[in-house]
Design a protein around this ligand. Structure first.
Ligand SMILES: [Zn+2]
Length: 426
């Protein structure tokens, strides 16, 4: 399929989606009232307003617990897959449900992703995500079962038990959050098994150096995945070249827009992700601002032949992840990329504090693989200054001090006086 044919298919699906949302969805109906007929995806982007977390939370508060956007789906009396968000942004937890018939679309989406990760029916997947009320875990499990994988749902065990299970069952693929794959590799200590084909990372941002590090630790390709509770599926995965994450354009429409102008950015430019699910007609998601940013890439950028757009590998980050340090905008991902570029680093954390004079102090605390040589700390500080633009102190931690047993890493601790004071006041 050529990219123009993909776009034509998307337009057809968008038209059907808008028509159904107008007819059945009380949440979207007022938002679509003045939109009129849509003749192109450009018109769709220009005329249809975006929705975001605050809209979903307000909807749920007005009509608990699901909100009016789920009223039609509930009336269908179909079984639902219900997921909540984690609420890490402190703005309340969103609920996102999908009906059993919509789940078929989600499963078709996962079929693309697992195929891109080199998996075939009958392969075994070790699922390192716990099965909870969150979307992550439930969705990957549903997708894997539908695709025909044997699933080991090991996410709720501690890391040692996970490793024990992997050694026993020798899965074809391990799927876990990106930082956690490093934790598992440390416990495996270079051991792998012949049937391992690939890893699937995701769930948090990471730099290229970290992804390359994972590939060398495990000896197999790493495919980074992207999805959201709002989309109700993972829909992007990095292909065999590793250059970009391709989006499953047949199921999900991804726009990458300049947050100031609302215009779609050009190939190689960074923007905010706006997501429309093309197959969920009972519980629609139309032009949702997810709160993530990434560098947009056209299909041709990759060269692997997949005709789907996407984003450059290792450029996805939460829009609110950016830190202002010493009056400079710092993306944690850039720091991550530099730090893991040094082989002597096994793990690290960044601690932000305030000096007696009231200035920001940024310290990188490194868990080294070996005793640091004389120039190591200086070389790391210089590389950080070059790339990030501020000076970091570099310290070594004691053995076992940084483990990140948590399923998502918490590599940044902001203990600056103004941040701590604000947290206490609220
Ligand atoms: Zn590709």
């Amino acid at each position: 399929m050529r990219h123009e044919e993909v776009r034509a298919l998307q337009l057809m699906r968008v038209e059907a989606l808008l028509e159904r949302a107008r007819a059945t969805n009380e949440f979207y109906r007022p938002r679509l009232r003045d939109v009129g007929a849509i003749r192109s995806l450009e018109e769709f982007a220009a005329r249809v307003p975006t929705v975001e977390k605050a809209d979903f939370v307000a909807d749920q508060e007005a009509d608990p617990p699901y909100g009016r956007r789920h009223a039609h789906a509930l009336a269908l009396r179909e079984p639902l897959l219900v997921a909540t968000t984690s609420g890490t942004t402190g703005q309340g937890v969103e609920i996102h449900a999908q009906t059993a018939s919509e789940l078929a679309g989600t499963e078709a989406c996962y079929a693309y992703l697992y195929r891109w990760a080199g998996l075939e029916r009958g392969d075994a997947l070790f699922l390192g995500l716990p099965i909870t009320m969150m979307a992550g875990g439930q969705l990957e499990l549903a997708g894997a079962e539908a695709y025909g994988l044997t699933v080991f749902p090991g996410g709720s065990y501690d890391a040692r038990r996970k490793v024990e299970l992997m050694r026993r069952f020798e899965p074809s693929c391990v799927l876990a959050n990106t930082s956690y794959l490093g934790r598992l590799a440390a416990l495996l200590d270079g051991e792998a098994w012949p049937g391992l084909k690939s890893l699937i990372s995701g769930g948090e941002s990471a730099g290229r150096s970290w992804l390359r590090r994972l590939e060398s630790l495990w000896g197999v390709p790493v495919h980074d995945r992207y999805g959201s509770s709002q989309a109700g599926t993972d829909h992007m995965l990095s292909c065999r070249t590793g250059r970009m994450l391709h989006n499953d354009d047949s199921h999900v429409l991804v726009e990458v827009v300049d947050p100031d102008t609302g215009r779609h950015v050009l190939d190689g430019e960074e923007g905010e992700l706006v997501i429309t699910n093309l197959y969920r007609l009972d519980t629609p998601l139309i032009r949702c601002r997810i709160g993530d940013r990434a560098v947009y890439r056209e299909p041709a950028y990759c060269g692997c032949g997949i005709p789907f757009m996407g984003v450059e590998t290792a450029t996805i980050a939460r829009a609110d992840d950016m830190k202002k340090v010493k009056n400079v905008n710092v993306w944690p991902q850039a720091v991550d990329d530099v730090v893991f570029g040094f082989d002597f680093v096994s793990e690290y954390e960044v601690v932000l504090t305030t000096s007696d004079e009231g200035a920001d102090v940024a310290t990188v605390r490194v868990a080294p693989r070996r005793v640091l040589a004389a120039g190591d700390a200086g070389a790391l500080a210089a590389a950080l200054r070059d790339r990030v633009g501020i000076t970091f102190q570099v310290e070594a931690t004691g053995p076992g001090e940084l483990t990140f047993e948590d399923t998502k890493s918490r590599r940044w601790r902001d203990l600056r006086a103004h941040v701590v004071a604000a947290a206490t006041a609220s």
